[in-house]
Ligand binder design. Sequence first.
Ligand SMILES: [Zn+2]
Ligand SMILES: [Zn+2]
Length: 351
Amino acid sequence: MMQLRRQSLVAYGQPLCETVAECPRPHGTEVLIRVACCGVCHSDLHIQDGYFALSGDKRLDITKDRALPFTLGHEIAGVIEAAGDKAEGAVVGRSVALYPWIGCGTCAACRAGEENMCAAHHHLGIAVDGGFATHVLVPHPRYLLDYAPLAPSFAGPLMCCGLTAYGALKRLADRTSRRPVLLVGLGGVGMMGLTLARALFTEPPIVADINAEKRKTALAAGAAQAFDPADPQARKAVIAATGGLFAVCDFVGSEKSLQFSISVLARGGKVVVTGLLGGNFSIAAAMIAIKAIAIEGSLTGTLAQARELIDLARAGKISPIPAHARALDQAQAALEDLRAGRVVGRTVLTV
Ligand SMILES: [Zn+2]
Ligand SMILES: [Zn+2]
């Protein structure tokens, strides 16, 4: 009997610990993946907590979505270890990245190809066991994406960190021929957004972050201009430099980041929000019509977008964010470092 070793969530708000189970055997279209590496994402922290902070004391409870013990991890790259008899193309030994945003396949979102928006989803590492483990079971080979010649530590994080930035920028693509896109917040997703915006759009993006070091890094990585949104003159400076923007991506999702993002819009501009930092945001209702603005949320991306993104990366059009490898049994320490803000780039757990 093959063993499945996992770093499991056994109680909300508690450290992960190792659990061992029998390795599942794939049936039908299922495919068993031996994990090579799995990225550590901010959403793993929220799942460990069991809630999202909304504003003040308000919390969105997310403990009802899964049975414990549960295996986190959704930025997975690995190798096909075994496949069911109906898993076409799932050749044992093939290296693949896993599209984790797996839907029910029958709801309106899934039928439209938006499994990431599924109402009854099976998202890996969110609702069903994910990649902080030696193996993970995938229901169908369609979710497996070839990634050679990329490193697995690049391919895995592309499936969340990369796809979140890509899905958001696609929602702004029709507005980027007018003026540059503004990227607010230069964490892992924001830095992916920067390399992607350079690959996708004609004009290099401008960026905003309260951290001077991050602004410097972004300028070195090709941002046209960098602003400090905490500077009271920042809004005026952006307007003076650009005339107002049509496309802003808010990777932070806080009251302040949204206020700033909206404040620099031109008439007809749009803000796409991917960040989940929390807080309340208010706007004078009439300004939505007067300025003809749009505020749109974005949640990761579709399977089709994941394929486009992997293709861009395989063609050498985007650069990886720095990845730091740690052993699987360091999962809890990796989560703690991320929580404490000690991680630059992406931590990947290697198995
Ligand atoms: Zn994630
Ligand atoms: Zn669905």
